[in-house]
Design a protein around this ligand. Structure first.
Ligand code: ADP
Ligand code: ZN
Length: 524
């Protein structure tokens, strides 16, 4: 192996140039790498395509020893290691797909200091004897990829990840770098707590993707809508996400029948078939992929021009991740979502069957997704709010901004709700808040003593569903947020306080039941 360089940012830049051919770090990469090379625990939140890999790969090359990368996806591991090797960086991976003689060779390479990066699955890392094997090596750091998998609040919980806390116990001196493309407030907290990170520096890069045009359309005649869309986007590569395998197959056939090079992709295909479809898409032999969410993880294709959701996704994290596969080159791209209330109903059933324990959490997340689809305000602001970021102005690049719905002054409505929250000491969930506002006399209201507060019954004039819509608009506008960990209580944000103090007006969209809204003809 080459002599280790002194761990300075200059040597990191040299490595970037020598092995990757890039002239400069992206702004945040440089700060992250300096922090890592300073030996500190680090949390990196950066959208897909932001350049997370380089953040740990470059320090791994610069520093002495081997960097252990924990990654949940076996397919991705292989790709990443092959890419590293192609760049001349000694790397390997160990997971269930590796035979024992190969594993022995890799172990020998580790022991003689040959490898700079070793990728392992969490199962392998935690398996018998592996940690004691690591103790015989000089480990430069642990990089935990897809770190959101550690949190049951996140959308991709992997129980094995929660055992990664042993890393800090067994290797107290080795810095830990956690990386993810999606983490809301609670997931971030879990990452820090569960990995036992010591005063980590958190790097949060903006989740805004201003080049994505966000559009939601009512869900009638989805196939017709898609074929029409394809006519307007001839030759542009794109992905259509469907819920079921069957849907993928039928839709792909209908698109093929129009003479468009399309194919489908789902977990029911053999690994060879999947590989072939992926390859065809990467090489531009296929223009359209109709897929379940199984497709897209780790696909690095910069010229995907659009993503269509045939069905409503289960939550905003998933939606954001999937639309993020379009427009990675930064030039204009489209994210089109078809929405009908029926989708919400079938997803509800599905989630309830899937995991009864996480039912309430998943249903709450689904509600946020539904409200995004039914939104009255700028969709990009809703997305960014969801990830705890605020955009101070409307984006101008979503269907709502381009074609705003009629709104009314909802300041007073918002103030009533906010005031009830304050007087209820921010212990009210959405449904309890509405019950209090409407002066209901049920168990939850009475036992909390909420019938005694001044705003009790202040919203009697409006039906439940109207309030439901207005409270969700307030969530979408970032006036309140849900503290899942405190019985789903609504909490008021700084923005919400400004509204309460009369410093900021609120505009709202009149509530219209989804079924009614859908009877309107589809706009062309
Ligand atoms: P992520 O893991 O965050 O999804 P990657 O690490 O795969 O992102 O990086 C996305 C793309 O950006 C890759 O093609 C990568 O080579 C490229 N990239 C990363 N950092 C730089 C840089 N400093 N200069 C130019 N390209 C970069
Ligand atoms: Zn907008």
């Amino acid at each position: 192996a080459a002599e280790p360089l002194a761990p300075t940012i200059e040597s990191a830049r040299k490595v970037l140039k020598k092995y990757y051919g890039y002239d400069a770090f992206r702004p945040m990469q440089e700060d992250i790498i300096s922090n890592i090379m300073g030996g500190h625990d680090t949390v990196v939140l950066m959208p897909t395509g932001g350049g997370k890999s380089i953040c740990f790969q470059v320090p791994a090359v610069v520093q002495e020893g081997v960097c252990i990368v924990v990654s949940p996806l076996i397919a991705l591991m292989k790709d990443q290691v092959e890419a590293l090797k192609a760049n001349g960086i000694p790397a390997a991976y160990i997971n269930s797909s590796i035979g024992s003689s190969e594993a022995n060779n890799i172990a020998a390479d580790c022991l003689n200091g040959h490898l700079k990066l070793l990728y392992v699955s969490p199962e392998k890392l935690l398996s018998d004897g592996f940690l004691s094997f690591l103790k015989r090596l000089k480990v430069s750091m642990f990089a935990i990829d897809e770190a959101h998998c550690i949190s049951s609040w996140g959308h991709d919980f992997r129980p094995e990840y929660t055992q990664l806390r042993v890393l800090r116990e067994q290797f107290p001196q080795v810095p830990i770098i956690a990386l993810t493309a999606t983490a809301d407030r609670l997931t971030r907290r879990d990452i820090q707590q569960q990995l036992r990170l010591t005063k980590p520096k958190v790097f949060l890069s903006s989740f805004d993707r201003p080049n994505l045009n966000l559009i939601v359309r009512p869900g009638q005649d989805r196939v017709g809508g898609i074929l029409e869309f394809l006519e307007r986007h001839q030759g542009e590569a794109g992905i259509i996400y469907c819920l079921s395998r069957k849907q993928c197959e039928t839709l792909a056939q209908k698109i093929q029948a129009k003479g468009i090079k399309a194919d489908y992709y789902h977990a029911g295909l053999t690994p060879n078939q999947r590989g072939a479809v992926q390859e065809g898409f990467l090489k531009d032999d296929l223009q359209v992929i109709v897929a379940t969410i199984a497709f897209g993880m780790g696909i690095d294709k910069s010229n995907v021009r659009w993503v269509i959701h045939y069905n409503l996704p289960k939550n905003i994290e998933g939606y954001y991740q999937e639309i993020g596969r379009a427009g990675r080159d930064g030039t204009p791209a489209t994210a089109l979502l078809f929405y009908s209330f029926g989708d919400v109903m079938s997803l509800r059933d599905m989630l309830t069957k899937e995991n009864p324990q996480l039912n309430q959490l998943n249903l709450t997340k689904l509600e946020r997704m539904q409200q995004f689809a039914e939104a009255a305000g700028c969709r990009r602001r809703i997305l960014l709010n969801y990830f705890g970021e605020t955009l101070p102005h409307d984006c101008g690049n979503c269907d709502i901004c381009r074609n705003p719905p009629t709104t009314f002054d909802g300041t007073e409505i918002a103030q009533k709700a906010l005031s009830a929250l304050v007087r209820g000491r921010e212990r009210l969930s959405i449904s309890l808040l509405i019950d209090v506002l409407r002066g209901m006399r049920n168990q939850a209201v009475l036992s909390g003593g909420f019938d005694q507060i001044k705003t009790y019954g202040a919203g009697r004039d409006l039906p439940y569903l109207d309030w439901y819509s207005y409270v969700h608009q307030m969530l979408n506008d970032g006036l309140v947020y849900i503290a899942y960990e405190e019985g789903y209580a609504l909490k008021i944000t700084d923005l919400g306080r400004e509204v309460l103090q009369g410093q900021r007006p609120v505009s709202m969209k009149k509530f219209q039941p989804a079924e009614k809204a859908e009877k309107k003809p589809r706009g062309r």
